[in-house]
Design a protein around this ligand. Structure first.
Ligand code: ZN
Length: 451
């Protein structure tokens, strides 16, 4: 058998940690050497990549998204609204999604993420109207040419307006159908262990769109199948009021009652927690995905990132759906986190390294992974290289800080599992012009269904 190629990423301009200031040696899909300043590879390499003009980062990890929403960005009727009215405007539109739209929107979201230095993406898909029962299968097929790691969550909605929930009846599913399909997807696609390219997690949409029974049954299934749990929680004050009215308790108490307060769980947003909630979350190491752009756009509030981390919760980042951001740019999301969290905790407490840590190691911990999010020996060769050659960087001093402070938006080279998926700022395997034209046509088609 042929031995895997040895590649040296030689002497990057800047790195997140000093332990690999002189670069990395990769073999196949793994990092086999990290070179501190002045150190050389221990054996000859097949290829040397001169990284002297690049900032080297671990591949960024996005822990919350709704890929399909790239079809409804800046949707006129949903502009300038907060979460509940925003959702109520968009649900009827989303009920019209078709298989080709899932395919296209998945590729658009992933392409955007990949070009911004992201190598692992989680998606929360919870819409399975009639004819769209195979939505997750379609996502997996559509994602193949992008080569990214996927954490697809089998979302669900079962509490329609007739049962006191928020979504229209046509968008919710029967609970047995949800459980059966969750099990089917885990058995078919979930990969275990280091290097996994596809993982499945279970993700009832939110307290206001599923029943308590489905939450509890989903937690039991996740335990028996050993997969992770994900949902939206404590995003808005409307949600707290909804939980008090319908269940007679606050969102976190509700979560605990259904068996979700445990290390298997990561939550999107996690904003409206009191001190006692933060302590309980930390004690159970529940992960929190901070979504700064979405939280600002929908005026939802600010996540208590540093307090959650101090209590013991991993904190990661997510771009959230592209109808509440409305972009899927991961490096820009790191900048948003830096800015928003500085407003909360002050400049000295939220450094650029801290914000990058959330998007890498913090996000990896939210997804329950130890093989990604860090550039170290034995970890996966997932990395992003940024070049500071745009006008926005002219005159910049510290190259690592410049990525966030000057507003980097596009990576020059991105590798996933030892394969270059972005080279000189271009996707290596997908025609972007055609994808964009197709997406535009499908978005128009979807919008036309409402009129
Ligand atoms: Zn979301």
């Amino acid at each position: 058998m042929q031995r895997p190629q040895r590649i040296w990423i030689d002497s990057p301009l800047a790195t997140l940690e000093p332990s690999y200031a002189n670069g990395l040696v990769l073999e196949g899909s793994l990092i086999v050497e990290t070179l501190a300043a002045g150190q050389q590879p221990s054996a000859p390499v097949d290829q040397r990549i001169d990284a002297s003009e690049h900032v080297l980062l671990p591949g960024l990890i996005n822990t919350h998204h709704h890929f399909y929403q790239t079809l409804t960005r800046a949707f006129p009727a949903a502009l300038n609204k907060e979460l509940f009215p925003w959702l109520q405007t968009l649900y009827p539109l989303w009920a019209g999604l078709e298989p080709a739209m899932i395919h296209s929107s998945t590729q658009v979201a992933l392409a955007e993420l990949l070009l911004s230095g992201c190598t692992t993406a989680s998606d929360h898909h919870y819409l399975f109207p009639q004819g769209l029962e195979q939505a997750i299968d379609i996502q997996i097929e559509a994602a193949a040419p992008l080569g990214m790691r996927l954490h697809l969550t089998r979302g669900s909605m079962s509490l329609g307006q007739e049962q006191g929930g928020l979504p229209p009846q046509s968008t919710v599913q029967n609970e047995q159908q949800i459980i059966d399909d969750s099990l089917r997807l885990i058995r078919r696609y979930h990969q275990r262990g280091a290097g996994a390219k596809v993982q499945i997690a279970l993700a009832p949409c939110s307290p206001f769109s599923v029943s308590p029974q489905l939450m509890a049954e989903t937690a039991r299934l996740a335990a028996s199948e050993d997969v992770r749990l994900h949902t939206h929680l404590a995003e808005t004050e409307d949600e707290t009021a909804f939980c008090l009215r319908l269940f007679g308790m606050r969102p976190l108490d509700y979560l605990e009652q259904q068996g979700w307060l445990q290390p298997r769980t990561w939550l999107a947003h996690g904003i409206h927690f009191n001190d006692e909630d933060v302590r309980r979350l930390g004690q159970q190491q529940v992960g929190i995905c901070h979504c700064p752009s979405s939280n600002m756009l929908l005026a939802s509030g600010q996540c208590r990132t540093l307090e959650l981390e101090a209590a013991g919760s991993p904190v990661g980042l997510g771009v959230d759906g592209s109808a509440s951001n409305d972009g899927s740019n991961m490096i820009q999301e790191v900048r948003q986190a830096l800015l928003l969290q500085r407003l909360r905790y002050g400049a000295a407490a939220v450094t650029h390294q801290r914000a990058l840590h959330w998007a890498t190691q913090g996000s990896a911990a939210c997804l329950g992974r130890e093989d990604i999010g860090q550039l170290a020996v034995g970890k996966q060769a997932d990395l992003a290289l940024f070049k500071l050659d745009e006008l926005r960087f002219a005159g910049a001093g510290d190259p690592l800080a410049a990525l966030l402070l000057c507003g980097a938006s596009r990576a020059d080279r991105v590798m996933v599992a030892g394969q270059w998926q972005v080279w000189d700022g271009q996707l290596t395997q997908l025609d972007l012009a055609q994808l964009q034209a197709n997406q535009r046509q499908l978005a128009n088609q979807l919008a036309a269904k409402l009129s």
